[in-house]
Design a protein around this ligand. Structure first.
Ligand SMILES: Cc1ncc(COP(=O)(O)O)c(C=O)c1O
Length: 498
């Protein structure tokens, strides 16, 4: 007879706190501190640069062998991290293209981490939350109920999934099985010269090659030149290449221009191409009464990328891709594996595993913060906030237009204003220098955080107003600050004149 197995006498450990009441108190402290931070955003500088000493705290090192405990770890966060965050929650942050988060979004994010579900597979409520969020998004865009979609990390991944699906469906053979060379004809994709560079990354990764991502010139207003698009498609077909997809921009990153979406839908129909919309900026503006008329035609697309950490202000990360044809979407990504078979009963049962619709197997339940945010505020409020930003952009555009030392550099597209200080009589190089100075001073003096771009060779200040905390008066101040910094640079400040 064998001897019964005894548990090994070993002190077992866990990551759970030894003192739950102490942890409760620390979490209460974090909540109080975070409410103070959010409530007082306007009183803080939008951005504080780190000094050498502050950076030194992050010097390359080996990981700590023993922990310092929760209280001391939080103290390090308060001293080393919180003061130097990016600042995109601030009411005067208008750089690149970012949302500003919300209390409910952050609270839901905490709950997501606490419950820590894997949204890739399995029969649990996470899948129903995501299903519901996707159905809300299809409703906003005007897609049929049968469409599919998924929450992804952001616009880049949403575009990648849409373009992978386009390639899979339009290449005309089983590219997953046979590979990119088996079709015998070079695939081509089309987008304007203003298309976001994440699409280029996707095209490169999909094996199509940068050369065959045809960058179509734009019109005066930065929308795609559709005659040039048609001519390029015809030329490629005549040369024996295989056009598969057009990427329309619903809000370009430089100027917020919206391509003619109906016309691109028509071209795709006529030419048998997949019609993908990069709506990372503009698609969610379908909720705004002001923007919706400019976006018509988006509902005819085969796939669309939305970015909910931008104009919906869901805390990073939260993007969304929708695909009109669910089967095609799943066929692009599904891979069967014995350890991932859907069972009839138990946790491994259920339909519609999100891991079958994209690259990730394990996935954070990012749908929860979207679900809770939209429930809290209602989608109409988000639409009104988007309209508010559009009105603010036009107000700033008007201020610039009326000021003789300021120059609007592109039509105000959706919520993006590109302008420069231009008192007259300066060369292009001088103008570029002075505007770079103005931008840097706006940042380092903690006045505001617009960003920059170069349009047709001219450096511009670029103000992307996806900010639910900005006020009209912030833009009056921005215009004044631009002028006074410009005058300062020219050695022509009012003080020096006296
Ligand atoms: C038009 C457009 N597409 C795609 C992206 C990429 O989105 P993300 O940064 O969320 O990956 C951006 C980001 O600003 C964008 O403006």
């Amino acid at each position: 007879m064998s001897t019964p197995i005894q548990p090994i006498d070993h002190r077992e450990e866990t990551l759970d706190p030894q003192d739950w009441e102490q942890m409760r108190a620390l979490l209460h402290q974090m909540i109080d501190d975070s409410i103070d931070y959010m409530q007082d955003l306007r009183g803080q500088a939008p951005w504080t640069p780190m000094g050498d000493n502050e950076r030194a705290a992050f010097a390359k090192a080996t990981p700590p062998r023993s922990g310092i405990g929760s209280q001391a770890t939080y103290q390090d966060y308060l001293e080393q991290v919180q003061p130097y965050i990016m600042g995109n929650n601030h009411p005067k942050f208008w750089a690149w293209y970012m949302g500003n988060g919300s209390m409910m979004g952050a609270m839901a994010d905490y709950l997501t981490a606490i419950t820590n579900s894997n949204a890739g597979a399995g029969n649990h409520v996470g899948q129903h939350i995501e299903d519901q969020v996707i159905s809300w998004m299809t409703d906003i865009i005007g897609y049929p109920d049968t469409a599919s979609g998924m929450i992804v990390s952001g616009g880049s991944m949403a575009n990648y999934v849409g373009l992978a699906t386009a390639r899979h469906h339009r290449c005309g053979y089983d590219i997953r099985q046979k590979g990119i060379l088996a079709g015998g004809r070079q695939l081509c994709v089309y987008g304007s010269t203003e298309v976001h560079n994440c699409n280029q990354k996707a095209i490169e990764l999909l094996g199509i090659g940068r050369e065959h991502f045809r960058k179509i010139p734009v019109n005066e207003d930065y929308t795609m030149d559709l005659n040039a698009l048609k001519a390029q498609i015809q030329a490629d077909k005549a040369a024996g290449l295989h056009p598969i997809c057009v990427i329309a921009s619903a809000g370009t990153v430089n100027t917020g221009a919206i391509d003619d979406l109906h016309a691109i839908a028509d071209i795709c129909e006529d030419e048998g191409l997949w019609y993908h919309v990069d709506g990372a900026i503009g698609a969610i503006a379908m909720t705004s009464d002001i923007a919706r008329p400019q976006l018509t035609g988006i509902e005819r697309s085969d796939s669309v990328a939305l970015d909910l950490h931008k104009w919906l202000h869901i805390p990073f990360e939260a993007g969304c891709v929708l695909v009109r044809n669910r089967q095609v979407h799943r066929d692009t990504f599904v891979v069967s594996a014995e350890y991932l078979q859907e069972n009839k009963r138990g946790l491994a049962s259920g339909k519609h595993w999100y891991s079958e619709y994209g690259l990730q197997l394990s996935r954070r339940l990012n749908a929860l913060k979207i679900w809770m945010s939209i429930k809290e505020q209602g989608i109409d409020k988000y639409g009104r906030l988007i309209s508010q930003n559009i009105r603010q952009a036009h107000y700033l555009g008007e201020l610039i237009h009326q000021h003789q030392s300021l120059q609007l550099m592109a039509p105000v597209g959706l919520d993006i204003v590109c302008y420069r200080y231009n008192p007259g009589g300066l060369t292009l190089d001088q103008l570029n220098d002075i505007n770079q100075y103005i931008l840097a001073e706006l940042h380092v003096r903690g006045i505001a955080i617009p960003s920059y771009t170069t349009l047709r060779g001219s450096y511009c200040l670029r103000v992307a107003i996806a900010n639910h905390r900005s006020l009209m008066s912030d833009f009056t101040e921005l215009a004044h600050a631009t002028v006074s910094l410009g005058e300062e640079y020219m050695g022509n400040t009012p003080q020096q004149q006296q």
